[in-house]
Design a protein around this ligand. Structure first.
Ligand SMILES: Nc1ncnc2c1ncn2[C@@H]1O[C@H](COP(=O)(O)OP(=O)(O)OP(=O)(O)O)[C@@H](O)[C@H]1O
Ligand SMILES: [Mg+2]
Length: 227
């Protein structure tokens, strides 16, 4: 097993004018390649903030963060963006592009990565089929249900075959059947292809499936339990 993520005493302070908000107050943990980790904890405890750091979307205020052996504090913004290409992100509020249809949203990361058009089309269709959206490819986000939007977001996250998948409440808006289907799909990627999976969730079923649970409280990890 290789350590793919090393988090040492990281903090994140947001400045709101004169007021500082300490969202993370000294987090430390390590993640091995191929782990499936659930992150739980109350609203405001810093879960999304932490995901943003480990997905290279933002930088910690202090502390050390190593992603695949690279210290992110040594990276330029461009290099940080390159690191992000290895990460599939499913955001808490979808972040789909409203003027693109389902296919366009899923195809976008492939276009950015410079994948040739034919291959892009084929791969996009495969992934949309795998999340059960073959009949919704030409719908824009406003023409999809909440659960369908979430499935587009999952398809977009997995289309590039990332080494990491980070999910923020991926099943928050889904019925339990659809939630189970989506998480089954992602778990398969974890089991068959060794994708490292880190999922913020309130869903007890996901919590049970994960190999390890990190409990966050007030910007720190209150417990780290191997299931
Ligand atoms: N961009 C920001 N600017 C200022 N404060 C922020 C910002 N983002 C988050 N915060 C604050 O940091 C703290 C942690 O927020 P975060 O979004 O990480 O919580 P969370 O655990 O994901 O909560 P939830 O379960 O509600 O999604 C909160 O107190 C929040 O108000
Ligand atoms: Mg959050």
């Amino acid at each position: 097993m290789t350590t793919v993520l090393e988090v040492k005493d990281i903090t994140k302070t947001y400045m709101m004018g004169e007021i500082s908000v300490n969202a993370l107050r000294g987090l430390s943990f390590e993640v091995e390649s191929g782990e499936y980790i659930a992150i739980v904890g109350p609203s405001g405890s810093g879960k999304s903030t932490m995901l943003n750091m480990i997905g290279a979307l933002d930088r910690p205020t202090s502390g050390k963060l190593m992603i695949e052996g690279v210290d992110v504090s040594t990276l330029s913004d461009n290099q940080l963006a390159d690191t992000r290409k290895n990460v599939g992100f499913v955001f808490q509020f979808f972040n789909l592009i409203s003027r693109l249809d389902a296919r366009g949203n899923v195809e976008l990361p492939l276009a950015i990565a410079g994948v040739p058009r034919d291959e892009r089309k084929k791969r996009t269709e495969e992934v949309l089929i795998s999340v059960g959206l073959e009949d919704r490819m030409h719908h824009k986000p406003s023409e999809l249900s909440g659960g369908e939007r979430q499935r587009v977001a999952v398809a977009r996250a997995i289309v590039t075959n990332p080494a990491f998948i980070l999910m923020d409440e991926p099943t928050g808006n889904l019925d339990s059947k659809t939630a189970g289907e989506i998480m089954g799909l992602v778990k398969q990627l974890n089991e068959k292809h060794g994708v490292t999976l880190i999922v913020v969730t309130h869903d007890q079923n996901i919590g049970r499936q994960a190999g390890r649970t990190l409990h966050m409280l007030d910007g720190v990890i209150a417990s780290d339990v191997v299931n």
